[in-house]
Ligand binder design. Structure first.
Ligand code: TXA
Ligand code: MG
Length: 339
């Protein structure tokens, strides 16, 4: 691993040009998007893409999402555009939706993690669009965290994980959405949801009634099973503490925690509910949108509090709430306490 002096760039024109030049030269640059920060490199340059896997410590069979800034860039990436993909592009792009389609020949196999398909996204973040356009190439970008830890939603989070591992970070402020994009693939007339995000199942049903929620969204995918979305089989989004999801009403939760009042090493993440006990309670928002926006920062905060165990109140699973629940299930390695 090279020891870079990591530059913090702004979203001003001259800094965007510096980022684009680094990217054209096959380097890795962290960029803001509306979902989370991405660790970007030229998607068509094998060596550049290898550097992403190295910086992130990511298993090489986990494919990357390719980002475009113009729908015209799509044809060089895919060999076929399903009819439902065109409808989704019209409705949700630019925005937090990744569509998995048959891969075009020019996309290196390292970018698609060896798969014959490729995930493509047209982000709505203006800085991301400017960087892709200035660079003139589609950019492969996973979330800009060290593999396994919570995705970064601020430039500071990226610096915490990537300092000296990459040459530059473009600071575009806090990410609006806060959880990664919705990932879908197409099976005839059906849309299969591989990873929930801000574009919800309800919204996808406006394209077709036939939306299948993949097993991996709510269940643990074992090593032996072939995950449709390889990212789902890995441990994810984890702070250092052990996370538990807790299901129950306020009264049973209060009672449960009173037993822990003497322990100094636990923290509770609650939506907006007051919990009457003497342990640190972090509120992560009353609406699903707010919870999505804050989820990864509060998981990172748990580490700052040096909590050993973190109990998270189970969120609502409607709309973007399904994405919050999906990330929490993985952060908690599927440990659920039912009161
Ligand atoms: O919002 C996002 O999607 C962010 C920003 C930076 O755009 N990116 C992101 O990338 O979350 P990453 O690599 O952390 O997650 C990509 C997910 C993984 O679970 C991966 O397995 C899945 O998308 N994926 C990518 N290409 C795929 C493919 N060809 N087939 C199935 N799943 C794919
Ligand atoms: Mg990720």
């Amino acid at each position: 691993m090279s020891d870079y002096k990591t530059l913090m760039l702004s979203d001003r024109a001259e800094d965007i040009e510096t980022a684009a030049e680094l990217l054209r030269n096959g380097e890795v640059v962290a960029i803001p998007t509306e979902t989370v920060y991405g660790l970007a490199a030229d998607a068509m340059n094998e060596h550049a893409v290898e550097k992403i896997f190295e910086a992130k410590g990511r298993p090489s069979d986990n494919p990357l999402i390719v980002h475009i800034s113009d729908i015209k860039m799509l044809s060089q990436l895919v060999s076929e555009i399903p009819a439902n993909a065109l409808r989704c592009a019209e409705k949700f792009w630019p925005g937090p939706l990744t569509m998995v389609m048959p891969k075009g020949d020019k996309v290196p196999s390292v970018t698609s993690g060896g798969l014959e398909t490729v995930g493509v996204r047209f982000p709505s973040h203006k800085t991301a669009q400017k960087i892709i356009s200035a660079c003139g190439r589609p950019l492969a970008a996973p979330s800009a965290n060290i593999s396994g830890s919570p995705s970064p939603t601020t430039a500071k989070h990226v610096l915490d994980d990537m300092n000296e591992r990459i040459p530059a970070i473009v600071d575009g402020g806090d990410c609006d959405v806060g959880v990664e994009s919705t990932v879908i693939c197409f099976e005839g007339e059906a849309i299969r949801l591989l990873r929930p995000g801000f574009v919800s199942v309800q919204q996808l049903r406006e394209i077709t009634e036939n939306v299948i929620i993949d097993k991996g969204v709510l269940e643990s995918i074992g090593e032996a099973e072939r995950a449709k979305s390889p990212g789902m089989k890995y441990k994810h989004y984890s702070p250092k503490a052990q996370v538990y999801i807790i299901k129950g009403d306020t009264e049973s939760i209060d009672k449960y925690f009173s037993a822990y009042a003497e322990d100094g090493d636990i923290a509770v993440l609650s939506g907006d509910q007051e919990i009457s006990c003497d342990i640190p309670v972090i509120h992560y928002g009353s609406s699903s949108e707010e919870q999505a926006h804050r989820l990864f920062s509060v998981l990172r905060r748990c580490d700052e509090l040096s909590a050993v165990r973190v109990f998270v109140q189970c969120p609502d699973t409607e709309g973007v709430g399904l994405a919050v629940y999906n990330r929490l299930l993985r952060a908690a390695a599927f440990r659920i306490i039912e009161l």
